[in-house]
Design a protein around this ligand. Sequence first.
Ligand code: FES
Length: 137
Amino acid sequence: MAEPAATRRAALRTLIASLLGGFAVWRYLSPRSRGAAETLVRVPLADVPVGGALVLPQHRCAILRTRDEVSAIDLTCTHLGCAVVGTRAGFACPCHGSRFDRRGRVLSGPAPSSLRALEARVEGGQVRVLREPGARA
Ligand code: FES
């Protein structure tokens, strides 16, 4: 027959293991909070030409506008991170020569992928471009 102290210790260990296991499962299954998106820049919608783009090199972004839609792209080259510049045909990287069309899609490398899309919202006559929490300023 087990001693009462040994039985209590075993019950306590089982209880602690159950609590730790429950906590681990809860943490694993809980959605991760990504934090609130931050405003990168806010400009009047009227400053973005329909069928064109407003390039904001100081914010490393461009706001694109069609008749129906406003969007934004990050002007950081997807090759090694240089700032791309606006051209007549779209965007070009001065570092290694990658070229992108007006929507940021790769026309020629070495950039491996399109320029990254940023979230853009039209709010009360303003375009607000958001960046992910923790992204560079
Ligand atoms: S950093 Fe843009 S092409 Fe290399």
